[in-house]
Design a binder for this molecule. Structure first.
Ligand SMILES: [Zn+2]
Ligand SMILES: [Zn+2]
Length: 226
């Protein structure tokens, strides 16, 4: 199979998994100053105002790139239009970000999708990425560590100020894993970091159940200029 850049579908500059253009963009993003908590490049201060106002429940979040049009449509093709082969390139991008950060983690999990979403698409995109990363990192991955309740409105359908309230109490821990996560540093994967309300709520549940730290890793972060 040809090596295609998962973002733009141009030929990847093997051994790189991205094409030269996307590589340049990702490196430029990496150089931007970012908040030391949510990892978003919206600040020149060490901690952004959003994180100062309400401290997130995770220790640190990292995103691989801005929420931009091209990357967003690549992500949608992967999530909803059957381009599953992108999982490999995307997870390599996530892995690269994790390695550069130097974070030490014990296990991986993903933000769960709601039962309705799962029934509709038969697929949890963040989880597939977590499983790819697990294979590359040789770490434990707990696929159903967190579960989402029925009848929770999808965050993407709500404005920013309503998201924290909507997501509160919408996840619960799979009791089977309670002993396994005690004292562990967990990597929580999601596809997009928007307000951080979802990953913060997931982190709260994990810590409440004994996890020592939760780090968040997403493919996309906030849109540039936000
Ligand atoms: Zn590209
Ligand atoms: Zn922040």
């Amino acid at each position: 199979m040809k090596h295609l850049c998962p973002i733009c579908e141009n030929k990847a500059a093997v051994p790189d998994f991205l094409c030269p253009e996307c590589r340049k963009k990702v490196e430029a993003y990496n150089r931007l100053p970012k908040c030391s908590v949510c990892g978003q490049p919206k600040t020149t201060e060490p901690v952004c105002t959003t994180c100062k106002e309400q401290k997130p429940q995770f220790s640190l979040a990292l995103s691989c790139y801005h929420y931009d049009k091209e990357f967003r449509s690549a992500l949608l093709d992967y999530k909803f239009h059957g381009q599953f082969y992108k999982a490999k390139g995307f997870s390599m991008l996530l892995l690269e970000k994790l390695k550069k950060s130097g974070l030490e983690i014990d296990c991986i999990t993903a933000v769960p999708v709601g039962p309705k979403t799962y029934l509709k698409y038969g697929y949890n995109a963040p989880l597939e990425l977590a499983l790819c990363m697990k294979r590359m990192l040789k770490l434990s991955c707990y696929p159903n560590l967190l579960r989402k309740k029925w009848f929770v409105k999808r965050q993407s359908t709500l404005p920013a100020h309503k998201r924290a309230k909507n997501v509160k109490g919408s996840f619960f821990l799979n009791r089977f894993y309670k002993k396994k996560i005690k004292g562990k540093q967990i990597l929580l994967l999601d596809d997009v970091f928007t307000t951080g309300a979802t990953v913060s709520e997931c982190s709260r549940i994990l810590k409440q159940n004994g996890a020592s730290k939760v780090y968040v890793l997403t493919l996309l972060g906030n849109a540039s200029g936000e």
